[in-house]
Design a protein around this ligand. Structure first.
Ligand SMILES: Cc1cc2nc3c(=O)[nH]c(=O)nc-3n(C[C@H](O)[C@H](O)[C@H](O)COP(=O)(O)OP(=O)(O)OC[C@H]3O[C@@H](n4cnc5c(N)ncnc54)[C@H](O)[C@@H]3O)c2cc1C
Length: 345
């Protein structure tokens, strides 16, 4: 099926295979369609069908609250084309810019390994190496379940055929309950990506701040790995705030500790415990700082007054991300262009 589209910045065309999601088809063919979660919740990939027929793949998608069906609006991440279509995209998209390659691959689940009572790491082995930016995510589909879920890579190397992840078990959650529920080693999964703009790249030359709630630390681990490999900490400094509920909910402690000890003058990592009184201060044996409180409140106490030039990364549950963005904009006057985030919705 041929998709002909118009955005505020110009026109575009691409092909959509049978059953293929319109968003993924466009991105795969280098069209910079707008998206944020790419998995049906945020509504950023809203478009209007001007002619042709589409099929909606998830009628209960939370992101549908952002569309007006009476105006033939739909979510490109949750729709496939049934005939040639004309679509209108109400966004300014950089049609002249070359896009990074987006891969459609079948990978294999490997290495599921528990970290805490409800957090585990796992990996996907790909049939070929791919490239991604530190902080990006992919969407994963298992044939046993409907839809794709987004997961941020925790690792970083220039090219790799192994994507590493961390996942929190959500009560009643389709993919997480499935993954935690039995031995899934070797199961084949569809992978699409890389996606996401909450990234640190060679073009960035600023101090940076990471504020993560729970599994939101995923992309920050990739960012820290990138910064270490590219000697960023020799020029720039970073503060990392990692929020968990209690001491027993901590994970990635060894790796965070290693980084904090290796770069004592340029990296400061603080764990914020929301449901437990922490002995506030520096834990000498780990090289990490501890404080009690919600992670954005703890971060707020330490953000330097001259933070306007800092790049800030935020990831975690949507209310935590929204609260942190508000604080950075209003209280710390950090420009919106310096704030990069992923809402783990
Ligand atoms: C950019 C981004 C990065 C993320 N990174 C991580 C991470 O690194 N670690 C982590 O633990 N979590 C991450 N998440 C959250 C993750 O994607 C899942 O929402 C979470 O794991 C719960 O999934 P679940 O299947 O267990 O729960 P569910 O409630 O079953 O599903 C959660 C999500 O899956 C999709 N979905 C569910 N059912 C369908 C369906 N029938 N058709 C289509 N789509 C459906 C929707 O997006 C839904 O919100 C991220 C989310 C985003 C948006």
């Amino acid at each position: 099926m041929r998709i002909s589209g118009r955005a505020k910045t110009g026109e575009f065309q691409f092909d959509c295979g049978q059953g293929e999601r319109i968003l993924y088809a466009g991105l795969h063919q280098g069209v910079p369609l707008p998206y944020e979660c790419a998995s049906g919740t945020c509504g950023t990939c809203r478009a209007r069908l001007a002619s042709g027929e589409i099929k909606e793949l998830w009628q209960e998608a939370p992101g549908l609250k952002h569309v007006k069906p009476e105006r033939d609006e739909f979510l490109m991440c949750q729709a496939t084309a049934v005939s040639d279509c004309e679509v209108l995209v109400p966004a300014k998209i950089p049609l002249d810019e070359v896009q990074q390659p987006r891969y459609k691959l079948i990978g294999e689940l490997i290495g599921f390994s528990p970290c805490t009572r409800d957090v585990s790491t796992f990996s996907v082995r790909l049939p070929e190496p791919i490239q991604f930016h530190a902080g990006q995510f992919v969407v994963i589909h298992v044939p046993a379940l409907g839809g794709y879920r987004a997961y941020s890579m925790t690792n970083f190397t220039d090219t790799t055929d192994k994507l590493e992840f961390v996942i929190k078990k959500m009560p009643g959650g389709g993919f997480s309950e499935w993954l935690f529920g039995a031995d899934r080693e070797g199961t084949q999964v569809n992978v699409f990506g890389p996606l996401g703009a909450a990234t640190l790249t060679v073009d960035d030359d600023s101090d940076f701040l990471c504020i993560a709630g729970g599994s939101g630390i995923a992309g920050m681990m990739s960012i820290l790995a990138f910064a270490e490999q590219r000697d960023v900490f020799e020029r720039r400094s970073s503060q990392v705030f990692f929020g968990v509920r209690t001491l027993s909910d901590r994970f990635f402690l060894d790796e965070l500790s290693r980084i904090a000890r290796k770069f004592p003058d340029s990296v400061r990592i603080t764990l914020a415990l929301s449901d437990e009184e922490a002995a506030a201060g520096y834990a000498d044996s780990e090289g990490l700082y501890y404080e009690s409180g919600f992670v954005h409140e703890v971060a707020g106490r330490h953000i330097p007054t001259n933070a306007a030039d800092m790049i800030t990364f935020i990831a975690g549950p949507p209310p935590m991300v929204d609260g942190t963005i508000r604080m950075l904009l209003v209280k710390h006057r950090i420009p919106a262009t310096q704030i990069r985030y992923d809402k783990f919705s």
